[in-house]
Design a protein around this ligand. Sequence first.
Ligand SMILES: Cc1cc2nc3c(=O)[nH]c(=O)nc-3n(C[C@H](O)[C@H](O)[C@H](O)COP(=O)(O)OP(=O)(O)OC[C@H]3O[C@@H](n4cnc5c(N)ncnc54)[C@H](O)[C@@H]3O)c2cc1C
Length: 380
Amino acid sequence: MNLDADICILGGGCAGLSLAVALCEYAPHLSVQILDSRSQYTRDRTWCFWNAEPHPFTSCVSHSWSRWSVQAVGQLVQRQSARYRYEHIPADRFYAFALQRIAGSPNQKLSLNVRAGSITPDRQSVAVETSSGRIRARLVFDSRPPPLSPWRRTGLLQRFTGWHVHTGNPCFNPEVVELMDFQPPTLSGRTTFFYTLPFTPNEALVEATYLDWPDLTPIDAESDLKRRLQNLTGDRYEILYRENGTLPMSCAAPPPTPPNICTIGRLGGRLKPSSGYAFLRIQRQSRALARALAASAPLPKFFEPRFYSALDRIFLEALQHRPEAASNYLVPLFRDVPADTLVRFLSESGTLQESLEIGLALPALPFLQAAAFSLMGAAA
Ligand SMILES: Cc1cc2nc3c(=O)[nH]c(=O)nc-3n(C[C@H](O)[C@H](O)[C@H](O)COP(=O)(O)OP(=O)(O)OC[C@H]3O[C@@H](n4cnc5c(N)ncnc54)[C@H](O)[C@@H]3O)c2cc1C
């Protein structure tokens, strides 16, 4: 049978390009076609994560911090680590690095302005209908973003709007990332926090983040950001870059696929349900898939220890039940758990014993209730 490629990757975003880069390293002999509907790569987002394990994009890290804080009304917790740093990768650097690796690989080809449509598997190959014709490959990796609908039944929605600003006066501490600055509950009891990545005393990415706020409009988020920046700068700031996102926080399993189609990235359930972080999870998946392909082994289905999904389920259950209590859960966690242990836990690279210790730092009643609900849900 005539194949256009061994592998066709649908969507050349974070997951599609990460897989392509991993294939360059582990299985450079495989022919790979990457299709993306976008016409160009721009800085459309930034990725942050703790460097709890190695990844191939270290040269793209533009900033990193060893100190971080979380705060709620009347409580400020600041922690630091000598071992782990919170790393920041602007998307344009990530894309440029990946595109360079792909261009340097004789067996990989990236096509932009190509929209992938239906995919039809048979026993030996998969046919992909695209805006530039049909492509047939032995295996398809699909990362086209899924609709947001499942969150309605199974989770929360995290929305955020961020501005990278340059301010007239020095008002940021570039040593400390503000992970969550919880705002007092609003009349509707919804949860809002600000997230600030300070690059210099005069430059930062400031994001307003909302949990479970389906009726929020971009204008609401912008007026919250304006108020925040007005307080900090007295209105002397310039917006250099904007980003916004809507991420489902849900334990819904990715849709089942036949053996020659594999979902990756957000579509493949790589967003961590309790936080919305995905970058490290995507790197883990890319590495594991590329290694399996290099060894002609079956594709792995799980990439983190299974107990993390049970913990995510419990945390999400508690959060879903009372989103406005998020700061009551998270501030003590950052305060009472040693920084390195918490980083490993949040990055899903810790041990079961560490996770149990962390469980003890959480308020007992809501989490026992949540565990019971989650068990009942799993059994139903
Ligand atoms: C603004 C923002 C900030 C984030 N920040 C962080 C962070 O700090 N840390 C973290 O860990 N996670 C973060 N995330 C979450 C997660 O890491 C990202 O959403 C990540 O980009 C998910 O990767 P993906 O490949 O699944 O999707 P994407 O990166 O969105 O890639 C999907 C690709 O598919 C293409 N596509 C869509 N439809 C088609 C089609 N029909 N045919 C062909 N191509 C198509 C798109 O053009 C796109 O390039 C953030 C998300 C957003 C939105």
